[in-house]
Design a protein around this ligand. Sequence first.
Ligand code: DAH
Length: 342
Amino acid sequence: MKDKLANLKKEILDYLKEVKDDQVLRELEIKYLGRKGKFTEVLRNLKNLDANEKKEIGQLANEIKKEILDKFKEVKNIISGENNQNKNIDVTLPGKKIKAGHLNPLTIIQNELEDLFIAMGFMVLDGPELESDYYNFEAVNIPKNHPARDMQDTFYIDKKNKAGEYDLVMRTHTSSVQVRAMQKYGAPLRCVVPGRVFRCEAIDASHEHTFDQMEGLMVGEKISLVNLIAVMKELLKGIFKKEVEVRVRPGYFPFVEPGIELDIKCTLCEGKGCPACKNSGWLELMPAGLVHPKVLEYGGIDPQKYSGFAFGLGLTRLVMMKYGINDIRLFNSGDLRFLEQF
Ligand code: DAH
């Protein structure tokens, strides 16, 4: 009798696993639990057992019945839930439009530049935004208390090191990665370093506390300004998709000697003069120069054998020039009306 009950239970539960619609469920219920149902019949036969068996088997049968009824209820709920869901779908409603995301203009230009430099054999490197005073300043030939430190308003971190000095800064430029790269890879070396930099600036349409630069560094034998200008022209062709005229002026930066400022002929007025170029016909694009021998030494590279050039491309400025964006504050504003235009 026990076996019979167990088999019947298994049979019913197995069937229930397969049931997917109401009609079949009802038929199943009638087949087993209906008045002439198989399970009902077994229950009816209990009365023929002797008193002891009746008690034991009766209890078991009741438990099994409860289990089966619960299962029926569960399956019924699942089936009716699905039906309800199906009923709630209005197939005539227009679908939800999934908006395609897009890249920030800075990222677009950065990607283009990276591709360009990779094609010229440059590595794309990264460096810490929270930098040591050493790599941000000293290693690029800006010693403590040197007036050149005033060229960059700096966020120092309010924590002293063991020697009692404040030696952590938010990096003020990507030049901080120059010596890191030289120490890690040695010469010859070609790399670009895109990244965020920070200055304690009074903010206005052309000054921000957080902006992006791309440092470039090439070290090898007999590297000169000729190589620098050739690389720059290639870069500009890639960005502006046409030959751009450049001019070079002297400039001062402690980590290069000689230092230069590279200007491009205004891309808006072709050099005739317009508000964008303040009527000069030229736009300042970036500072650059030949790596100072002391910086090479800090990087563990012999300045007698190797020379190099470096540049500090203002990525944010370049993007502003390319897209005609006249307020730098828009980049960090999070304003979708700005961001969605690209
Ligand atoms: N690091 C400089 C700045 O942020 C820019 C710069 C100038 C980088 C000359 C260079 C360079 O690599 O050669 O103001």
